[in-house]
Design a protein around this ligand. Structure first.
Ligand SMILES: Cc1cc2nc3c(=O)[nH]c(=O)nc-3n(C[C@H](O)[C@H](O)[C@H](O)COP(=O)(O)OP(=O)(O)OC[C@H]3O[C@@H](n4cnc5c(N)ncnc54)[C@H](O)[C@@H]3O)c2cc1C
Length: 318
């Protein structure tokens, strides 16, 4: 039986693995069969991860994190967790291959997924003008014309933030009213760089190596027109990857896994959660990495207390 199994191989999972491995816990990381490395595998330049003043490509950063975890003894398995039994002292983790691994502690770091428009150009031009994160990528669009898709608070927030860089920001929304709170709407309406395009959806994203525009389709009469753009920010929501723990761990109202205060402790003893799967607000690589650290340290304390309790029980029997 393992001491700790880490589910997920994004910044949270790999950082938890680095700390757990350096604490001699010999963690097993279940990295996923096709999405190992997490969200940063989908991007190009990362300029805000500390320690890389020239920036670093997302996949290279994740390779370095994996290498660092393996160097200290973490074992990485490229498989998916398909079932979890978290009751009792022995946690059971079932993989797609059918193998069942057991551990005293589990760190759940499965991240979250930005909702996609579902268009071909979206994946192809991800990191080349298509983005889901203004904080991450706004800086690349100085004096450019960009658009934000969405009608909620996050779309308004992203658009308002992006006006710091862009010369023009369109907000494209399917309806003629917004879901966003009144204060966020007012802020966007008052911004001279923001222009709303109502009753329109994106039918296509244009560009070979970088975004050059979009095809807009009217939701009223179906007519289409092209809008030249340098960038497109998709802000139509984000879903924490929690389906494996539904009914097993308590969730927060935002849909993230509920943890105890600033810790990573979930509602089940021995189960810890870290990264974007517990974070409805910040969702950055460095915050996920910090959260992975917290989870590894919490798991370490939990396992130490468990070992101490077992020693006491053994001594009492002897
Ligand atoms: C296109 C893009 C660009 C970004 N750019 C930046 C940036 O420049 N700077 C920045 O700080 N942040 C950036 N972000 C945000 C950043 O990527 C995330 O905040 C960060 O990756 C979250 O880390 P995480 O470890 O919590 O989750 P993730 O990185 O999402 O990793 C979750 C991991 O869990 C795995 N997993 C899920 N389910 C299972 C399962 N059942 N079994 C096994 N494994 C599973 C996934 O495969 C994945 O490996 C960007 C995000 C996107 C989408």
């Amino acid at each position: 039986m393992r001491q700790v199994i880490i589910i997920g191989s994004g910044p949270a999972g790999y950082t938890a693995a680095i700390y757990a491995a350096r604490a001699n816990l010999e963690p097993l990381v279940v990295a996923s069969s096709v999405e190992a490395g997490g969200e940063l595998m989908n991007t190009t330049e990362v300029e805000n991860f500390p320690g890389f003043p020239e920036g670093i490509q997302g996949p290279e950063l994740m390779d370095k994190m994996r290498e660092q975890a393996e160097k200290f003894g973490a074992e990485v398995l490229y498989d998916d967790v398909v079932e979890l039994d978290l009751d009792g002292a022995v946690k059971k983790v079932t993989l797609g291959s059918g193998a069942v691994h057991e551990a005293s502690a589990v760190i759940f770091a499965t991240g979250s997924a930005y909702r996609k428009l579902g268009l071909e150009g979206e994946e192809r031009l991800s990191g080349r003008g298509v983005s889901w994160c203004a904080t991450c990528d706004g800086f690349f669009f100085r004096e450019r014309t960009i658009a934000v898709v969405g009608g909620g608070d996050s779309a308004m927030e992203e658009a308002t933030f992006l006006t710091r860089f862009a010369s023009k920001v369109y907000i494209i929304h399917r309806k003629d009213t917004l879901r966003a709170s009144k204060i966020m709407q007012e802020r966007a309406f008052a911004d001279p760089k923001i222009e709303f395009i109502w009753n329109a959806e994106i039918a296509d994203i244009l560009g070979e190596d970088a975004v050059s525009g979009v095809v807009l389709r009217s939701t009223e009469d179906g007519t289409t027109r092209e809008l030249p753009l340098d960038g497109l920010f998709v802000a139509i929501g984000n879903d924490p990857r929690t389906h494996l723990v539904h009914g097993k761990l308590e969730l927060a109202p935002e849909g993230t896994i509920k943890v105890d205060g600033r810790s990573s402790r979930t509602t089940v003893p021995g189960v810890f959660a870290a990264g974007d799967v517990i974070d409805p607000t910040y969702r950055q690589a460095v915050t996920a990495a910090g959260s992975g650290t917290v989870a590894a340290l919490d798991a370490e304390h939990f396992l130490a207390a468990l070992a101490q309790a077992e020693q006491k029980a053994d001594a009492a029997v002897a």
